[in-house]
Design a protein around this ligand. Structure first.
Ligand SMILES: Cc1ncc(COP(=O)(O)O)c(C=O)c1O
Length: 478
């Protein structure tokens, strides 16, 4: 038994660290080991409990109602607001779309209006639920263009079941103009969802500590639902998000019941049916331990880290902010002398994970930072690593994609990518083909190649790549 746990730890050593504040995407670190321990113990205690039936596991129902109540207080929800704990941001976004669609059975070809910076989870929802996504380009400040969103709604209000805005957007960290969009949606009787998956737990505390936060909560008329992830800035273990609705009537279409079969009557509030009680218990334990006072402290810390990073970036001539961050997400752009992807590789060599974001809609590639409270004690170290990484990237020069490879990519049809095409690209990218697939230490060349590809081509390449990675490990058969 100890061997198995030792092996687990050994395998985990290859992963990005989830503690230590040095991983600036995917994970959120409070920097408080006791809080993490309580969260982990709660997950373990409830790992086998089943959230499928709240009457069989009443403690799970109680924890869910308390967590939703805490969230409702945080987001200025009116009396009568209700919510559901889901498995994560994507499930909350999926349910917001599914609920909006099913609230309008009269609409045969539903559409929803979203800004081009909306999280990809909404495009996934459109794909899953057969809702047309009308994607509206954002303005020059990377915020949703309210006038363009209104025009897109009015192009076909009868078929529009939902409009979505973000607080903030993942890619640029800015809050959309929620009041203007929500007011128009309300006038037309259309649902307005605010995707605050990543910012919803920090922005209210940011306002409480006196920072300038644009309006985006239920205090804004016309907002009908909000998603906020507890497994992000509530610093809870992975596996929970809260989807709040302005009223139980708004939530009702999200529920699924099926009694017309010989087994138990299935009654679900989420996409999952059987679901571990662990993540909910973990989120309940962490939020109860920290309380509003704890989150206020952590929010002071995380914004101190953000402010120091922003000030430090201003002193690096090759770097600039894509936008002044409204929240705790920072997007950086490099000048022509410095390759953004090489900076990411150089940061990794210095044990910092920062996330490359590909070029989009005429904007160059950027570097994403999701800053955590746990990053604050290491802010100076981060800036020193960033300065060194930029200097190394400038010294290395531009990452040039071999013109033949570029021409090969340009000639490929993403809809008809064959295994042979993919093998050719793997070889060209220095990733060995066949069964022997391995990632290079430096990703800049691969990223530069992907950056050249159209989004459709990038999707096809990455799907093919994931298909190669995800192969079963079989016991050898004689
Ligand atoms: C704004 C926003 N919405 C939705 C999601 C999806 O959340 P998850 O990765 O938990 O499914 C994210 C994730 O970063 C996000 O930033």
């Amino acid at each position: 038994m100890t061997d198995v746990l030792a092996r687990l730890r050994e395998m985990q050593a290859a992963d990005l660290p989830v503690h230590g504040g040095r991983t600036l995407a995917y994970v959120y670190d409070s920097g408080l080991p006791d809080v993490d321990r309580i969260g982990r113990e709660a997950v373990a205690a409830y790992a086998g409990s089943n959230g499928l039936d709240p009457t069989a596991f009443p403690s799970l129902l109680q924890m869910e109602n308390e967590l939703v109540g805490f969230t409702a207080d945080l987001l200025d929800a009116p009396d009568g607001a209700v919510g559901t704990v889901t498995s994560g941001g994507t499930e909350s976004c999926l349910l917001a779309v599914q609920g909006a669609r099913d609230s309008r059975p009269d609409v045969t070809r539903p559409r929803m209006v979203v800004p081009s910076t909306v999280h990809a989870a909404f495009l996934k929802a459109a794909h899953y639920f057969g809702v047309e996504a009308v994607v509206v380009p954002v303005g020059p400040d990377f915020r949703a263009d309210a006038a363009a969103m209104v025009a897109a709604i009015d192009a076909d209000p009868g078929r529009t079941v939902l409009v979505v805005v973000s607080a903030p957007s993942y890619a640029h960290g800015v809050v959309d103009p929620v009041p203007a969009v929500a007011a128009h949606a309300a006038e037309r009787g259309i649902r307005c969802h605010v995707d605050a998956c990543i910012g919803g737990w920090v922005l209210p505390y940011a306002a409480r500590i006196g920072r300038d936060v644009p309006p985006w909560t239920f205090a804004v008329d016309g907002v009908t639902s909000i998603s906020v992830d507890t497994h992000k800035y509530a610093y809870a273990p992975k596996g929970t998000s809260v989807l709040l609705h302005r009223s139980s009537a708004h939530r009702r279409p999200q529920y699924f019941a099926h009694a017309d079969w010989p087994g138990y009557t299935m009654l679900n509030s989420t996409i999952q049916s059987t679901k571990s009680g662990g993540p909910l218990a973990g989120a309940w334990a962490v939020t109860t331990t920290l309380g509003h006072a704890g989150y206020e402290r952590l929010t002071r810390d995380v914004f101190e880290a953000v402010d120091r990073i922003v000030a430090g970036v201003a002193e690096i001539p090759e770097l600039s902010l894509v936008a002044t961050p409204d929240s705790t997400l920072v997007a950086l752009v490099t000048d022509a002398t410095c390759d953004a992807f090489t900076v990411c590789d150089e940061m990794a060599l210095r044990d910092w994970y920062v996330q490359p974001q590909m070029a989009y809609a005429g904007q160059p590639a950027t570097i994403h930072l999701s800053v955590s409270a746990g990053t604050l004690p290491h802010a100076d170290d981060f800036l020193a690593a960033l300065r060194e990484s930029v200097a190394a990237a400038v010294a290395a020069g531009p990452t040039a994609v071999d013109p033949e490879v570029a021409a090969f990519i340009a000639a490929l049809d993403p809809a008809a990518l064959t295994d042979d095409d993919f093998d050719g690209l793997l070889l060209a990218a220095g990733l060995t083909g066949g069964d022997d697939l391995s990632l290079p230490d430096r990703m800049a060349d691969v990223n530069a190649m992907l950056d050249l590809a159209t989004p459709a081509m990038r999707e096809a390449l990455l799907v093919a790549f994931l298909d190669r990675l995800a192969r079963p490990v079989r016991a050898t058969r004689s």
